[in-house]
Design a protein around this ligand. Sequence first.
Ligand code: AMP
Length: 114
Amino acid sequence: MLKDNIFQKIIDRQIPAKICYEDDLCLAFHDINAQAPTHVLIIPRKVISTHADLTEQDRALLGHLHLVAVKLAKELNLDDGYRIVVNCLDRGGQTVPHLHFHLMGGRDFHWPPG
Ligand code: AMP
């Protein structure tokens, strides 16, 4: 079922998370398995399973998610840079079927990402 995933349970407050930001469109919380000193997930409240499902209707929402990332990066002192990652479906390494931005910082990131 589309809403039967761990991030929906965090939105619905059925399971706890270290929430660091929320508004009427999205929330952000610290990743339980951080891959960097700062690793926050930004998710829309709207049910969107994956990046490939985005439509024209989501244009403003996407802009909002990015602006929240900028705000959080400032608040979390990522002044020297950060990385935003969106994993899409199996080959992209997505494990939770609810759209999310990984906002990571506090260390150097390399390219190619692997
Ligand atoms: P992805 O592999 O792109 O789908 O990313 C899913 C992310 O969710 C991973 O980095 C997990 O560590 C993280 N994650 C899974 N469950 C939780 C949870 N309950 N609270 C916080 N982060 C979680």
